[in-house]
Design a protein around this ligand. Structure first.
Ligand code: ADP
Ligand code: MG
Length: 255
């Protein structure tokens, strides 16, 4: 299989994520069948689509948690799919927030938010704590800095996970269904934090089933089905006036 890019990287600093003809197979099953897309600086791109369409695999390829079968991915003009790439260094530019919050259970909220900067970026402890408290303040949880994850609600834990992603001074955050594991009454607080983060100009790629959020916050919506991008565009178009039958069928089921 060739790895010829769908188009040549532009070298434009504003293109934070560039994906060219991405394919991913697990065994004989091809899960991503040629995805090309660009996420610009400050853009919020929501990825929607049925379960099993390859949304998580796409996000996981962006930070090389999954290795693409073919295709090329550039993060701020550095090719993360280059066999010689310093993947760990490129990953420090990206925060990732998962459906399951993945906090360290034996560390406090504050420690969860300082361990990365201290261990990876060698930030002095006092400075890391000061920064972490600022981020915890942004997600409304500064007052729970000394709590352990198990003492928090799922929604609070997810807000800590977002704060933790931000403490690494990331340039972009990837979200994989961040509210899907939450009780319905806790979803709103997490979406509020994400909405405020979007307003700060953070580049965000968000896999979500929250259509109201996508419609309100996304600059662009990508509808995936069967490992391909079926339709993409402004949320008013893709969600409000879909052109493809598969998009309409999906939206009829979730709206
Ligand atoms: P989505 O996030 O849209 O629900 P996924 O990317 O999780 O879809 O999965 C797409 C397809 O790839 C599914 O059929 C899933 O079973 C398969 N898949 C995902 N990860 C693996 C894996 N590690 N090994 C084998 N198959 C996988
Ligand atoms: Mg998924």
């Amino acid at each position: 299989m060739t790895t010829t890019p769908a188009r040549i990287p532009t070298g434009d600093r504003r293109d934070e994520i560039q994906i060219y003809d991405l394919h991913k197979s697990f065994g004989d099953v091809e899960v991503l069948k040629g995805i090309s897309l660009t996420v610009h600086s400050g853009e919020v791109v929501c990825v929607i689509g049925p379960s099993g369409s390859g949304k998580s695999t796409l996000l996981r390829c962006v930070n090389m948690l999954e290795e693409p079968t073919s295709g090329r991915i550039f993060i701020i003009n550095e090719e993360i799919t280059d066999p010689d790439a310093d993947v760990d260094a490129i990953r420090t530019k990206m925060g990732m927030v998962f459906q399951s919050f993945n906090l360290f259970p034996h560390l406090t909220v504050l420690q969860n938010c300082t361990i990365g900067p201290i261990a990876v970026k060698r930030v002095p402890k006092a400075e890391a704590e000061k920064q972490a408290l600022d981020y915890l303040d942004q997600v409304g949880l500064k007052h729970r800095a000394d709590a352990f994850p198990a003492q928090l609600s799922g929604g609070q834990q997810q807000r800590v996970a977002i704060a933790r992603a931000l403490t690494m001074d990331v340039e972009m955050v990837l979200f994989d269904e961040p509210t899907s594991a939450l009780d319905p009454e806790l979803v709103g607080d997490v979406l509020d934090v994400m909405r405020r983060l979007a307003e700060t100009g953070m580049t965000m790629m968000v896999v979500t089933h929250e259509m109201a959020f996508a419609r309100e916050v996304a600059d662009r919506v990508i509808f995936m089905d069967g490992g391909v991008v079926v339709e993409e565009g402004h949320p008013d178009q893709v969600i409000g006036n879909p052109q493809h039958e598969r998009t309409r069928t999906f939206l009829d089921r979730v709206l």
